[in-house]
Design a protein. Structure first.
Length: 168
């Protein structure tokens, strides 16, 4: 059946060479109408393998990956800062409670802050305005990132709690 689309004048060719039988025109007509709507250009493109874009996804992933890593690292830093700030507020509250019981003992107030916050390098100050006492706690933190040995530069966190002094 190769002859039916390789030579448009194949019916004439086969009839001149005496090889045309009674079945041949029907087969030739079926074959020639089958490929009538498909051009040679379309058939030659159909024979080639389709172009694939499999490398495109890998390149896009390689371009987006640093931003994904940066976003994840930022989430970890934000979570660490929030955790430290909450611990500092809890420490300030514990110090304020200790100050409300014993306002004249600054070492007991500092120890209550350190025990509750879990942060040893804190500065604690108290301000007394009867019948209230305010405990101010501050610390400087540097958060290490375990990516390439980087760290978030030092910053200061503060917490203040005011509480009523307990009557003795």
């Amino acid at each position: 059946m190769h002859w039916c689309y390789s030579r448009p004048q194949s019916l004439r060719y086969w009839s001149l060479h005496g090889q045309l039988t009674a079945k041949a025109p029907a087969v030739l007509a079926t074959c020639s109408t089958k490929f009538l709507t498909t051009s040679w250009v379309a058939r030659s493109h159909l024979a080639k393998s389709p172009r694939t874009d499999s490398g495109q996804a890998a390149v896009e992933f390689a371009l987006v990956l640093p931003f994904i890593i940066l976003a994840i690292a930022s989430l970890f830093v934000a979570a660490r800062v929030i955790t430290d700030q909450l611990a500092l507020w809890h420490g300030a509250y514990a110090g304020a409670y200790a100050a409300s019981l014993e306002p004249e003992k600054p070492e007991a107030i500092r120890q209550a802050v350190v025990n509750e916050a879990g942060i040893s390098n804190v500065s604690v100050s108290t301000t007394r305005a009867d019948p209230y006492i305010t405990v101010s706690v501050s610390t400087t933190r540097t958060i290490p990132l375990f990516i390439f040995g980087w760290s978030v530069r030092a910053f200061t966190m503060n917490a203040d709690v005011t509480i009523h002094i307990q009557d003795s």
